[in-house]
Ligand binder design. Structure first.
Ligand code: EPZ
Length: 418
């Protein structure tokens, strides 16, 4: 096992280039299974989750090759077959192959990816959409099997604007007969990126980014190349780290229009944030101010930034109220922050954070990807040395995190756990 060793207290300053968005790449790789023609994805980050999704696509018979930031996928040989538990357990987002397999082969059999550190992660909304389009679903012995003689467009209302369910239903609808409407659809930028890629393949989709998406089924798709959008959560994580260390940064490639809620909250806390055609500038001096924050579906404040903003609140001036309304168990980083001297009380979905004057370095454990990111932010802010164990969680979603932080002046190294 590996851990990060962080000597806190340095003011972070400099310029970083934002990597391609993990949560855009994963559905894009799944979407290539809808066609037989070669596709190229540009700006693909070097992440464990991407590597696992590439493994899933090649397991299904696609030829997959990554050269630098270009990902070449030739799905001609792909076929719907049983996806084994070990593969599914390694990445929940592998469930995004359900829509393409059902859409292209009218069949899939996948193992339940299972829950994870932040919640049970059900898939009922995905399956309800598939049934509405004519699929019959059998769930047994930890597998989900879906069959459809024909796949017909349907008018589907999501009980909750689920990102994965919106993506899976969109992909299943691309080759269905007739028109599918997804109402109360998720509006995340990654959904818009998926629509743009699918339309390059010849799909007929409109409305992504709003709450009703219309998909008109087509007969078959062609190939395409597509540059992935920048990662708004990676960008938000670095903005938080620089704000927490009273620093100054330019994030090249960050998209201001994808980050309005995060930027508004950082400004409310006292950071100065400016939009630039090539990226985003942030500068913070003096102690941040406490704020209230509630996570919401896009364009609200993203749940994937909740741990990181909690880290900032631990030393802000005053008391912050933080509500996690998306996942049922996404406060596990609070206990670790308390080991560093934070004053956090959890009551169900609500966290009350009383700002303390400083955090102290400690040995802490990352329980999931974003909790780990929050502990790195806290370690950079703290006095003394922090050891963040469970670095493999970070490698799932942050490309070259050490070198990016080191380039901003952080004293942060990776070592094998003693
Ligand atoms: C995506 O997960 C992201 N992952 C998550 O990012 C992100 O936190 C989440 O969206 C919310 O923004 C990827 O895009 C690969 P949801 P997803 O379906 O699609 C409930 C990260 O750190 N729900 O929008 O799984 C669910 O339990 C990861 O990068 C149902 O009840 O999220 C949760 O409470 C973590 N039934 C809520 O909806 C369903 O059928 C949001 O889930 C589906 C979801």
């Amino acid at each position: 096992m590996e851990r990060l060793v962080i000597v806190g207290g340095n003011r972070l300053e400099g310029e970083l280039r934002v990597s391609g968005a993990k949560n855009a790449v994963l559905p894009l790789i799944a979407a290539t299974l809808l066609t037989r023609k070669p596709c190229v994805l540009e700006g693909v980050p070097d992440l464990r989750d991407v590597a696992v999704m590439m493994e899933v696509a090649s397991f299904l018979g696609a030829e997959v090759k990554k050269e630098g930031e270009s990902l070449y996928i030739h799905p001609a040989g792909a076929a719907s077959r049983e996806i084994l538990p070990p593969l599914m357990r390694r990445l929940r987002a592998s469930n995004l192959v359900m829509g393409p397999l059902l859409g292209r082969w009218h069949y899939f059999k996948v193992a339940y990816p299972g829950g994870c550190a932040i919640g049970s992660r059900p898939m009922d909304l995905h399956l309800k959409g598939f049934v509405a389009m004519g699929a019959s679903i059998v769930e047994k012995q930890g597998f989900i099997e879906a069959k459809a003689s024909r796949l017909r467009g349907a008018d589907i209302l999501l009980d909750f604007p689920s990102v994965g369910a919106t993506e899976n239903i969109m992909m299943a609808a691309v080759l269905a007969e007739g028109v599918t409407l997804i109402r109360n659809a998720a509006r995340e930028p990654e959904i818009v990126d998926l629509q743009n890629f699918l339309n390059k393949l010849g799909a007929r989709i409109q409305g992504a980014g709003q709450d009703v998406i219309r998909i008109e089924g087509v007969k078959e798709l062609t190939g395409a190349s597509h540059r992935v959008i920048p990662d708004r959560i990676e960008a938000g994580t670095y903005l938080a780290a620089v704000a927490g260390t009273k620093g100054k940064v330019f994030l090249r490639g960050a998209r201001y229009d994808h980050m309005a809620a995060v930027i508004a909250k950082l400004r409310e806390m006292g950071a100065r944030v400016e939009e630039d055609p090539a990226g985003i500038r942030l500068e913070a001096e003096g102690r941040l101010k406490a704020v209230d924050c509630r996570t919401l579906p896009y364009p609200g404040f993203p749940t994937d930034m909740q741990p990181q903003i909690m880290a900032l609140m631990t030393t802000a001036k005053g008391t912050s109220i933080l509500c996690e309304s998306i996942f049922e168990n996404r406060f596990r980083h609070a206990a670790e922050l308390k080991r560093m001297g934070a004053d956090v009380k959890i009551e169900g979905k609500i966290a009350v954070i009383n700002g303390v004057s400083k955090l102290s370095g400690a040995v802490v454990e990352a329980t999931d990807l974003r909790a780990g990111a929050a502990l790195v932010v806290a370690g950079l802010m703290a006095e003394g040395v922090t050891y963040v164990e469970g670095v493999h969680h970070l490698d799932r979603g942050y490309e070259r995190m050490e070198s990016k932080f080191q380039s901003l002046g952080a004293q942060l190294t990776r070592e094998r756990e003693g």
